[in-house]
Design a binder for this molecule. Structure first.
Ligand code: NAI
Length: 259
């Protein structure tokens, strides 16, 4: 049948940079973009693991290259962004995914230190990566920014201080970027994952996860990284041109469930 719609649902040939892509949701996102024909810049603090992910993508017939990148280091952000541009001559999509859990009691003497660390990795990195990538995103036909926050960017869990504040800031910064960049055709959207099975939640017992899922999540379970990757992917499509400043939970209905 001849197509009746006009907008493209393909990222084939686009270049995507995914931070924290050696594990969890970042890795699942890298796999998905590669499967859909994008060229994937796999970056992570753990350079060896990033290389392993890039190799898996190449072995499966995709296009990927890995770089070690600590997103808390402003110079590394500039250098790696430049290297991606040199490699493929363009950058269309930036996925700010790298993250760590930073939970600390309000009266802990480590609060200040953890706060700084959390801010550097979880929020300062986001504006730095976007600002470093802007010249290339501006040249892209469909420039896309997708920031991975958390349902912790919408509400709060005990002792979440730095993490919760940083993820709320990611939500706010996404809205601000959407407003600033809309006139240039670059969209900025935010995913708020709920409880997902990744190395970040590995420390939680399977039994406790099952109980949490049953009591708190509409679909009654933790999510898988790939389920979040598809949310990210949808924002990245050329056809997503009128979606910007959206803060989208991908949480199995954790956020809307009252009882
Ligand atoms: P993960 O631990 O599986 O993956 C995170 C990746 O980020 C790791 O490969 C790690 O090496 C990398 N990373 C950590 N610090 C970095 C740094 N300074 N520079 C570069 N890379 C760094 O965790 P997951 O769950 O896949 O996390 C991805 C994102 O999703 C994070 O932003 C996290 O805050 C967020 N998130 C996770 C949830 C969950 O339930 N797993 C829920 C809500 C949000």
């Amino acid at each position: 049948m001849a197509r009746l719609s006009k907008l493209s649902r393909s990222v084939e040939g686009s270049v995507v940079h995914i931070t924290g892509a050696a594990s969890g949701m970042g890795r699942a996102t890298a796999y998905l973009f590669a499967d859909e024909g994008a060229k994937v810049a796999v970056t992570d603090l753990n350079g060896d693991q990033a290389e392993a992910v890039a190799q898996e993508i190449r072995d499966a017939g995709g296009t990927a290259k890995a770089w070690a990148l600590d997103v808390s280091d402003p110079q590394q952000i500039i250098d790696v962004t430049e290297a991606i541009g040199k490699e493929w001559g363009r950058l269309d999509i930036l996925v700010n995914n790298a993250g760590i859990g930073v939970f600390v009691k309000l009266d802990s003497e480590k609060y200040e230190e953890k706060w700084q660390f959390g801010m550097d990795v979880l929020i300062n990195a986001v504006h730095r990566l976007v600002r470093a990538s802007l010249p290339m995103l501006r040249k892209a036909e469909h420039g896309r920014i997708i920031n991975i926050a958390s349902t912790e960017g919408l509400g709060a869990t005990p002792h979440g201080g730095p993490y919760t504040a940083a993820k709320h800031a990611v939500v706010g910064l996404t809205k601000s970027m959407a407003v600033d960049l809309g006139k240039e055709g670059i969209t900025a959207n935010c995913i708020c994952p709920g409880p997902i099975n990744t190395s970040l939640t590995e420390f939680i017992d399977d039994k406790d996860k099952a109980t949490f899922g049953r009591r708190r999540v509409a679909v009654r379970r933790y999510g898988d990284p790939e389920e979040v990757a598809h949310g990210t992917f949808n924002f990245a499509l050329p056809s997503a041109s009128f979606m910007t400043g959206v803060i989208m939970p991908v949480d199995g209905g954790f956020w809307i469930r009252n009882a």
